[in-house]
Design a protein around this ligand. Sequence first.
Ligand code: FMN
Length: 177
Amino acid sequence: MKTLVAYASTEGQTRKIARHVADRIADLGHSAELISTDEAEGMDLGRFDRIVLAASIHVGHYQGRFADFVAEQRDIIKNRPNLFLSVSLAAAGHDAEDWRALDKILKDFEAATGWTPDLTEQIAGAYLPSRYDIFRRFVMRRIVAKKNPDADLDADIEYTDWKALDALIDGWISDGA
Ligand SMILES: Cc1cc2nc3c(=O)[nH]c(=O)nc-3n(C[C@H](O)[C@H](O)[C@H](O)COP(=O)(O)O)c2cc1C
């Protein structure tokens, strides 16, 4: 069984998550190919048995080129067991309004691409001020300070729960997805 793990990442956390997923699948004895959707235009997905897609949210949207890739490959993706990993900071918390927003972003994405994933998991990403330009730093400091007034706004913080991610992938693979 060969699995494609295709991702879009702006600051690198979703790439790290996607690589972790591909490594985990390989550790389980299956083959996995990792690719950025930025480099996958026109790629033939027919040789894959399962598909994992991962993207992150910035200002209420997944990466545009990721959505283009999904829309272009929709028919093949739909015909394979598929899993969508939606990465955001909102998923790191328990704010009901934030979770409603995540749901709306997902619904809008599904409507725009014509793809409703078999399974979607909301995955907590990271706050990485060391990688942000001035604009990103400004936007993110305000968001994080509002949520957590005690946070050290200069420190990188990874919220991704790697153990939970492993359990998700183990279950998905063993279900014969
Ligand atoms: C400019 C900017 C805007 C963001 N907008 C949102 C947002 O609207 N909702 C959210 O939950 N997270 C938001 N985030 C957090 C990212 O989703 C999070 O940092 C994620 O780990 C980024 O993944 P990446 O490193 O793969 O790009 C934003 C981050 C940045 C830098």
